[in-house]
Design a protein around this ligand. Structure first.
Ligand code: PRP
Length: 231
């Protein structure tokens, strides 16, 4: 339930839906109820072991479950959520979308047995430019609902090559190969990790990060993103 303070803030500075622009009710966050209903959900969390996204990771990393909240397409209305989260300085979108995602996924026991959450890291230069890591903001929302701790400093991205956005399938794999460095293997050895990112397209970023984490030994990996893009 919204606090009195939140109601007052909404009167002074009304928030609007990031998809349709309609004014948000105090109980709504990021998107309005109508846009939420029309969000193109994947429902992968209802079949987290064998869906199209999970199959991207088969035989590449020790994958358990994988799911994204919605299908992502470049200019579709729902892409505004990701665009504003990443490129328009709205980190709280990540937190609220993380909460929304966790509430839906937990109905299907998606988070069972997971020991810790690792947001896919950004390079320091990218983080400096953006001011925050969007995956970490999503992770905080997931933690809020599930109580599973977020571990931000177990793996780092050693450099920023270039964005995956305009690359083809092969170029994406090449672009992120060997980019991550596991700095605290003892913290993940024998654990079930939930890797978080904003979007999964080919899965190359998750595979590269996941492979590095598995060097710790006896690790299981599940994957959660807000969007799944068919490329
Ligand atoms: O599944 P994949 O094919 O690896 O693509 C997904 C990755 O691409 C995007 O990052 P990008 O490198 O474009 O970062 P940017 O948006 O910050 O430039 C996105 O944030 C994921 O990390």
């Amino acid at each position: 339930m919204a606090s009195i303070l939140e109601c007052i803030f909404d009167l002074i500075a009304p928030r609007t839906c990031y998809i349709c622009g309609r004014r948000l009710h105090t109980s709504e966050h990021v998107i309005c109820t109508s846009c939420n209903i029309h969000l193109p959900r994947t429902y992968y969390w209802q079949d987290p072991y064998e869906n199209e996204m999970a199959k991207l990771f088969w035989a590449k990393i020790p994958i358990e479950r994988a799911a994204a909240l919605f299908y992502y397409q470049g200019h579709a209305p729902a892409s505004q959520i990701i665009y504003n989260l990443k490129y328009d300085n709205h980190p709280t979108i990540g937190y609220h979308m993380g909460i929304m995602t966790a509430l839906e996924f937990s109905k299907n026991h998606f988070f069972d047995d997971i020991d810790c959450i690792i947001p896919v890291p950004l390079s320091w230069s990218r983080k400096l430019k953006r001011g925050y890591n969007q995956s970490n903001e999503i992770a905080k929302g997931i933690q809020e609902v599930t109580g599973i701790r977020v571990e931000e400093h177990i793996v780092k991205r050693t450099k920023f090559k270039s964005s995956q956005t305009h690359k083809g399938r092969w170029g994406r794999e090449e672009n992120v190969r060997g980019l991550f460095k596991l700095t605290h293997p003892e913290k993940v050895r024998g654990k079930h990790i939930l890797l978080i990112d904003d979007i999964c397209t080919t899965g190359a970023t998750m595979v590269s990060c996941g492979k590095e984490i598995t060097k710790a030994g006896n690790v299981k990996i599940s994957i959660l993103t807000l969007g799944y893009s068919k490329g």
